[in-house]
Design a protein around this ligand. Structure first.
Ligand code: NAP
Ligand code: GDD
Length: 330
């Protein structure tokens, strides 16, 4: 029997890779998208343009329970991957209220609608290493206590708790992935990795002179989004609903990322990167490095891309983009 999956946030980095992965596995894939996206497909669907004839899209928004209820009442799904969120940490400091509304209520609406309409549908929640925040131990694993440092992190802890509560209270198959940073050529330009690779490519082509960055000493455990969506799928195939850390186990500073990315195009980042205090966050997560032993042993999950492979791929695609390739070829 062909399985049917619903992906919220299908237009995002992870949603697009997950849709590809599930289609490859033979799934019927449905995506929840905002009405504005349906009205502006050329710009808003650039990550899924190549999939549009193979996925079914439904208009809904995380701010509206009725819109979610309508989609879930019209189709029977076997699996639901809830990826949609306001995902930019810095923005959550500027507007914590809308981040909370979207991320917490949106998750609650999804869970409540599934409970009412399709309690046997398996549910994946996109938890984040940002939940660990001010880390009490290194590396971080499933048992590490949360100490979020941003409205975004707080909203993800709430989503994680809601997901666990629906599992415990109603016996639903609800699992959270605690995913560490993952990147790709499809990463949004506001995130530091893409900001760096696109700037390095533009500087190489003479289209930009400098790159302004905030904290260069923050450490992140960066993996490839393609590898991480495989873990999401594996979590929902497991025989029981559990939470899993997904990480590479390697941590690098933003400075190291700059050094390698600029090095890929034959430049020295020190000649181009300008430190800008305005880009520092009111509270920073200084060090993230994950221990994915549980995902490796229980799910047999392994990342395939290395840190260097990831940077090389992002730089190559940004060089092509800067030289004029259409964005949808990423
Ligand atoms: P992303 O590229 O920013 O994508 C976010 C998606 O959410 C987009 O499809 C966006 O739709 C949708 N969305 C935002 N607000 C919405 C709303 N009000 N109603 C409906 N849809 C809405 O994020 P990502 O990197 O793919 O991450 C996917 C999920 O994993 C997010 O929940 C993120 O917080 C979480 N996560 C990411 C990472 C990471 O390193 N990438 C790590 C841990 C957890 P539009 O296209 O219409 O804006
Ligand atoms: N975005 C950005 N822009 N970050 C900068 C800059 C800059 O100019 N300069 C330094 N940084 C530092 C940030 O302070 C942070 O320590 C680090 O670079 C990474 O920032 P982001 O790429 O914005 O990612 P993030 O770690 O805050 O959040 C991402 O990963 C989380 C998982 O830990 C997002 O994808 C979240 O949605 C995800 O949950």
């Amino acid at each position: 029997m062909q399985k049917k999956a619903l992906i919220t946030g299908v237009t995002g980095q992870d949603g697009s890779y997950l849709a590809e992965h599930l289609l490859d596995l033979g799934y019927e894939v449905h995506g929840l998208v905002r009405r504005v996206a349906l009205e502006d497909p050329q710009r808003r669907f650039n990550r899924i343009e190549h999939l549009l004839d193979r996925v079914t899209l439904h208009a809904a928004t995380l701010e509206s329970y009725p819109s979610i209820f309508r989609v879930i009442s019209a189709h029977k799904f076997d699996e639901c991957y809830h990826l949609a969120a306001q995902s930019f940490v810095a923005e959550s400091f500027s507007d914590g209220f809308s981040t909370m509304n979207t991320n917490i209520n949106g998750t609650h609406y999804m869970l409540a609608a599934l409970r009412d309409l399709q309690p046997t549908c398996r549910f994946y929640f996109a938890g984040s290493s940002e939940m660990f925040g001010k880390v009490p131990e290194v590396p971080q694993k499933e048992s590490t206590p949360f100490h979020p440092r941003s409205p975004y992190g707080i909203s993800k802890v709430a989503g994680f708790d809601l997901t666990r509560n629906y599992r415990e209270a109603y016996g639903m198959f609800c699992a959270s992935g605690i995913l560490f940073n993952h990147e790709s050529p499809r990463r949004g330009f506001e995130f530091v990795t893409r900001k760096i690779t696109s700037a390095a490519a533009r500087i190489k082509h003479g289209k930009q002179n400098e790159l302004r960055l905030g904290n260069l000493d923050a450490c992140r455990d960066w993996g490839h989004a393609k590898d991480y969506v495989r873990a999401m799928h594996l979590m929902l195939q497991h025989d029981k609903p559990e939470d899993f850390v997904v990480a590479t186990g390697e941590s690098h500073t933003v400075r190291e990322f700059c050094e390698l990315a600029f090095g890929e195009v034959g430049l020295d980042y020190r000649n181009h990167v300008v430190k800008d205090d305005r880009l520092y966050r009111p509270a920073e997560v200084e060090l993230l490095v994950g221990d994915a032993t549980k995902a490796r042993t229980v799910l047999s999950w392994r990342p395939q891309s290395t840190f260097k492979d990831l940077i090389r791929e992002m730089i190559q695609k940004d060089l092509a983009l800067t030289a004029g390739s259409p964005i949808n070829q990423l």
